[in-house]
Design a protein around this ligand. Structure first.
Ligand SMILES: *[C@@H]1O[C@H](CO)[C@@H](O)[C@H](O)[C@H]1NC(C)=O
Length: 191
């Protein structure tokens, strides 16, 4: 509002100055410089207000547990690599996480922290990876037996639309009762 108002005012002043320019060359230049400065200041205030409003918003974040039930549940071992669907959504600020597919889609470009914890299922070993657009970014590997667990996490730069999910590798299994195996992440800073 303030920005477009000032812009209109500056434009009007520029026209007035241009019309009066022939008679008063000196003041034409002074006024023009002032108006350019005003215009630049208005643009900077506008940007600062937008940045402040963006920073005041809760950052994009998601957290989900593998199963919604508190019943003891094992998934796998499967014959093929299988993408896990963490179905109990705990946090989903910005709605980037889809509990139907298990995929988090980055709503904005930025630096995110991403975390995955897995509890070993009844195969006695667990090997699973956090994938970004199909590329293995980091993984957990635990062969200490059923109910042991492993965690890994790291900051990742995500472009808007980048997709994250967890793949359970063939012949491995994962256990959950709505709290032990979780996939989560949050935006540290948009870029
Ligand atoms: C999974 O286990 C079966 C049976 O032991 C084996 O034949 C197969 O090669 C294994 N697959 C992978 C990807 O390790």
């Amino acid at each position: 509002m303030a920005f477009s108002h000032l812009t209109a005012a500056a434009a009007t002043l520029l026209i007035v100055c241009a019309v009066g320019g022939l008679q008063a060359q000196h003041s034409y230049t002074d006024e023009t410089e002032k108006n350019v400065l005003l215009y630049q200041l208005a643009a900077r205030v506008d940007k600062l207000e937008k940045d402040a409003a963006e920073a005041a918003k809760a950052p994009v974040s998601f957290a989900a547990a593998l199963v919604a039930t508190s019943d003891w549940t094992h998934q796998g071992p499967f014959e093929t690599d299988t993408n896990l669907v963490f179905s109990k959504v705990i946090t989903n600020v910005g709605n980037g996480y889809d509990s139907e597919t298990g995929i988090f889609t980055a709503p904005v470009r930025g630096l995110y922290f991403v975390l995955f914890s897995g509890n070993v299922g009844n195969s006695g070993n667990l090997n699973a990876a956090v994938m970004k657009n199909g590329i293995n970014m980091f993984a957990i590997y635990d062969t200490q037996g059923t109910f042991s667990s492993a965690t890994n996490g790291m900051p990742l730069v995500l472009e808007q639309g980048d997709k994250l999910w967890v793949t359970l590798w063939a012949n491995r299994s994962i256990f959950d009762q709505s709290r032990l195996s979780t996939f989560s992440g949050f935006l540290i800073k948009s870029m």
